[in-house]
Design a protein around this ligand. Structure first.
Ligand code: ATR
Length: 281
């Protein structure tokens, strides 16, 4: 009978489509590893039904859920409370059902990014020098928040659509400086960190076109694309001896605080989990 004293905790991921999500695999492995009673399930929810689906969470006894494409922005206008970090990123990736049945939205992507960078390159020190960030979409906003909060003194932001980079620079303050896309090669001079947040380099897409000649040899090169594991950018960085941080780290680390919010344990990323997720790429 003792095992029934432990409540059965339900969580999941809402997306449309959702079948590709690796989150059920990640959270499922942590549930088993911690000996918990619970389940993490894929929830295929159409955009027009997002509000109904979210409101059903407390009714069904869910502790909460993750949100993925295309729900992350729409959720901002549905949930009862939004954490400041989700407001700054402009998207919700984690919903937590509160004791009174209300819904709190947060975002763990900035945490996921900085933790994965620090895990891959513990010698990287935020305050030590400027960063160059490529891309100005949703992922870029999470990376910018992470780098600003970590204490990076200056971030050069290059995006193909210059207006989007300018808008972000305006929003995030003078630590972020928008540069024209054509200046991405020269901007690498003095950078301590280069981050690709564009979709370029992803399997089936063109490689990111950037010359690394000006990049200092000790600068860290980080890609949030994780299929393939070693993108053409990361391969080029490795070839000239720069330290790298792979994109899969962010996927794994963003899941940790969400799991903690629902299941009460901050999980670690074991070698077994890493191998399991890698085997799906
Ligand atoms: P995400 O949420 O993953 O950031 P997104 O919001 O669609 O996705 O952003 C995609 C990013 O990749 C954008 O910065 C986009 O540049 P634009 O704003 O100019 O569209 C960038 N991107 C996609 N394809 C690109 C290409 N062929 N060349 C340069 N940048 C590209």
């Amino acid at each position: 009978m003792a095992e029934h004293a432990q409540p059965f905790v339900l969580a999941g991921v809402m997306g449309w489509p959702v079948a590709h999500s690796r989150s059920p695999l990640i959270h499922g492995q942590w549930i088993a590893q911690h000996g918990l009673r619970g389940a993490y399930v894929p929830l295929a929810v159409q955009p027009a039904q997002l509000e109904q689906a979210l409101r059903a969470l407390p009714v069904l006894g869910f502790a909460g859920c993750n949100l993925t494409i295309p729900h992350k922005v729409q959720a901002l206008s549905i949930l009862d409370q939004i954490d400041p970090i989700a407001r700054r990123i402009g998207a919700v990736n984690t919903v937590v059902v509160q004791a009174d049945g209300s819904l709190r939205g947060t975002n763990t992507d900035a945490f996921g990014y900085i933790e994965s960078l620090r895990e891959a390159q513990p010698a990287w020190v935020a305050a030590q020098g400027p960063a160059v960030v490529l891309g100005a979409g949703g992922a870029s906003r999470a990376v910018l928040c992470a780098l600003i909060d970590a204490g990076v003194p200056l971030i050069s932001l290059c995006n193909r659509d210059a207006g989007k980079a300018q808008a972000l620079a305006q929003e995030f303050g003078k630590v972020v400086q928008a540069l024209p896309w054509d200046e991405r090669h020269a901007a690498l001079q003095d950078a301590q960190l280069l981050v690709n947040t564009t979709s370029l380099g992803m399997h089936g897409q063109d490689a990111l076109d950037i010359r690394l000649d000006a990049l200092p040899p000790k600068a860290v090169v980080s890609d949030i694309v994780y299929v393939p594991r070693i993108t053409p950018l990361l391969a080029a960085a490795q070839a000239r001896g720069n330290p790298i941080a792979e994109g899969m780290g962010m996927l794994l680390h963003q899941a940790r605080p969400a799991f903690a919010a629902w299941f009460g344990h901050l999980p670690a990323i074991s070698e077994t989990l890493l191998q399991t997720v890698r085997s799906t790429l």
